[in-house]
Design a protein around this ligand. Sequence first.
Ligand code: MG
Length: 255
Amino acid sequence: MKFLRFKINGKKKTGILNGDSITEIKGSMLEALNSKQLEKAGIFKLKDVEVLPPVSPSKVVCVGLNYRDHAKELDMKLPTEPTLFIKPSTAVVGYGDDVIYPEDSTQLDYEAELGIVIFKEAHHVKEEDAADFIGGYTILNDVTARDKQRKDIQWTRAKSFDTFAPIGPCVETELDPTNQNISLKLNNELRQDSNTKHMIFNAYKLVEFISNVMTLKPGDVIGTGTPPGVGSMQVGDMVEVSIERIGTLKNVIKA
Ligand code: MG
């Protein structure tokens, strides 16, 4: 099932996406997943609505180098444990929203990533139980001011500008996170093309590792790292991240 949040006639709603039609449901995605019952309301056409970020995370926890093919591309040794950083909730935007190129940055990079959406508070979760805490999967573009990342020891500034965490368009609840094609197009040109099977630490391992550091709240998103082909974006560029069975997250870069 593909959950999405949307706005129509000034009202925010939750629905289930079927092709280009949305069936509105009562309550939030997290409530629907908990109750396992869907109370249906109206039907809308996708083209008539404004798509919102599918969740409002308290934090977006991201992982540094996490694809074997990306490590190879960079000629880097495989990490023995994940490197974590956080993108603030204020960086989150949705499908179709602008990504703002910071005035004092000189290199704005895209990073196509699979996003894990937590639906049950997760604290000291074991890898084998991790699936019970995952509500579904979305798409994340881990937008990065690479010049700032190189300059600073901590990555907070480079990763945290407003609009640096586009997520969406929906949350797919039935997905095998260990074998999905992931790709990115910049102005319709293919730049990243890999599969989540190349992850060094898979989605379940990441939930175990991160939940042993910090409590993950319902709606929190984990960015699982990016495959090879990372590159820069310019003002006016259109960036589209696609994951098999979830869809495409599209954003445009604005000054
Ligand atoms: Mg990243």
